[in-house]
Design a protein around this ligand. Structure first.
Ligand code: NAP
Length: 469
């Protein structure tokens, strides 16, 4: 495919291959943008801020509404591209397209609701006969930098609210999964978006992504990706707003009174969706010792049933990881845990980018599979004596994106909700749950700010205070 820059689909001789990680086959290629392309994208976006801010909220709503409909019409085509380039099972790719439709719908609705507030100025000392109110205005140019693992819905979570708020956008999708993002641009243009309001540049994040983030014309950066890259972006960003949706090693705590059949099914799903490449995967499973052995038996029998294979087959439940190198890394972490005393309950093997669904027992805080973000199909089980120890372990991490607890004890559940440092807490469910309208974002090294169109749009607008004297 070509990339979209300054109102035109453009090509460059230097190209990046897009690969199906399951077969190693080259599916397509995209141009590698240069610094001159970045400059043109930023100039265009700056000019387009006037066009975008000049549209009414209703006009922006109509574009996003139409784009959502077009996305739904093209669901099968987009799901296939997404599944091929990312490696996720086709059934998950279809559900990602459906979620993206919803994200655009929610964003469009917010375009109609943007407003300021009347200010109670006369509550101030000596203030009489003044009328004050606020206006919410677009930030201007928004930079959207996205990861490989939800290459459509996470782009919609940035572009939807940014356009709804009247901004222009420069998008840099992940180099492994640029195709579905470029397809989304096609859809937006067909829906009537002014062609200068968005540029989508493909190329190295370290080069063009960083240059976009450092540029003064960008007023807002919305980034989803690894904490390491997030920190690099914050260092170059200077005086601009940033939203950072970063990684995690989410805990799932199982107390003695939990329904173990339900928990085993939920854990088997939440550890292995998208081959574990989800920022809120159930990675650290913290289990009360009384029920540990029974739970492990039930979990392993569920995990062994996961159908691994060609991601495009309807019956496949788990496809390859996005790159062979990532599968090699996960396998090496599993081996490191085993040499540190962990025991393999199932999995551990690998074939190219296909890592087997893996469950490790006797895990501890010294192991990478516990301390770091695995971002692969591996669940580490830790045994605890009581809720105090469970909360202590859940919090013993630099991350804080999502956490789950299974218990029938409302006091224990509420204590967990209050004491676990996490942006999202789920009671009687695991950490991997999100509906696209809710406020979503991490604490600690898991990020800054919130997504979910209603919340993102606040971060993509500025407040102006007006006083009539
Ligand atoms: P990544 O390596 O951090 O890359 C994310 C994006 O940043 C890519 O587009 C990448 O471009 C670009 N990039 C790389 N270096 C850059 C730089 N110096 N300046 C600007 N942009 C740069 O992340 P990933 O491997 O794609 O995704 C996995 C990570 O995303 C995990 O840590 C996961 O937890 C996190 N994630 C978080 C959430 C959330 O909502 N909190 C959701 C999904 C994923 P290239 O591809 O060209 O390198």
């Amino acid at each position: 495919m070509k990339f979209f820059l300054a109102g035109k689909w453009q090509d460059r001789e230097d190209r990046i291959e897009v690969i199906n990680p399951g077969t190693g086959e080259v599916i397509d290629s995209v141009p590698r943008a240069t610094m001159a392309d970045v400059e043109l994208a930023l100039q265009t976006a700056e000019q387009a801020t006037v066009t975008m801010a000049g549209m009414t909220g209703y006009e922006r709503f109509r574009i996003l509404r139409r784009a959502a409909d077009l996305l739904l019409e093209r669901r099968d085509e987009l799901a296939k591209i997404l599944s091929q380039e990312e490696g996720k099972a086709i059934r998950e790719a279809r559900s990602e397209v459906e979620r993206s439709v919803h994200t655009l719908e929610l964003s469009g609705e917010e375009a109609k609701r943007l407003c300021g507030e009347v200010l109670p100025l006369d509550g101030g000392i000596g203030v009489r006969n003044k009328l004050g109110f606020t206006l919410r205005v677009p930030c201007g140019v928004v930079a959207a930098i996205t990861p490989f693992n939800y290459p459509l819905n996470l782009v919609c979570h940035k572009i939807g609210p940014a356009l709804a708020a009247g901004n222009s956008v420069v998008l840099k999708p992940a180099s492994d999964t640029p195709l579905v993002a470029l397809k989304l641009v096609e859809v937006l243009l067909e829906a009537g978006l002014p062609d200068t309001a968005i540029s989508c540049l493909t190329g190295s994040g370290g080069m063009i992504g960083s240059a976009i983030c450092a540029d003064r014309r960008v007023r807002k950066i919305s980034f989803t990706g690894s904490p390491e890259v997030g920190e690099q972006i914050c260092r170059v960003a200077g005086m601009k707003r940033v939203t950072m949706e970063l990684g995690s090693n989410s805990p799932l705590v199982i107390l003695p009174d939990a329904d173990l059949d339900k928990v085993a099914k939920v854990t088997a799903r939440q550890g292995f969706v998208n081959a574990g490449q989800v920022c809120i995967s159930a990675q650290r499973v913290i289990v009360a010792e009384e029920i540990h052995d029974e739970f492990v038996g039930k979990l392993v029998s569920q995990v062994e049933k996961i159908v691994v294979g060609d991601q495009l087959q309807a019956r496949t439940e788990m496809g390859p990881m996005v790159r062979t190198a990532d599968a090699e890394r996960v396998q090496s972490w599993v081996q490191e845990a085993i040499s540190g005393g962990a025991k393999l309950a199932c999995g551990g093997g690998r074939n190219g980018a296909f890592m087997e669904p893996t469950v490790l027992l006797n895990a501890n805080q010294e192991m990478k599979v516990v301390q770091d973000e695995v971002f692969g199909p591996t669940v580490a089980i830790l045994k605890v004596a009581d809720i105090d120890q469970a909360i202590g372990l859940a919090n013993d991490t630099r991350y804080g994106l999502s956490a789950g607890v299974f218990t029938q004890d409302i006091d224990a559940a509420m204590r967990f909700a209050r004491e676990v440092h996490s942006g999202n807490v789920h009671i009687n469910w695991g950490p991997l749950w999100r509906t696209d309208g809710m406020p979503y974002g991490g604490l600690k090294n898991s990020g800054l700010g919130k997504e979910g169109p209603k919340y993102a749009i606040q971060e993509m607008t500025e407040t102006k205070t007006i006083v009539i004297h």
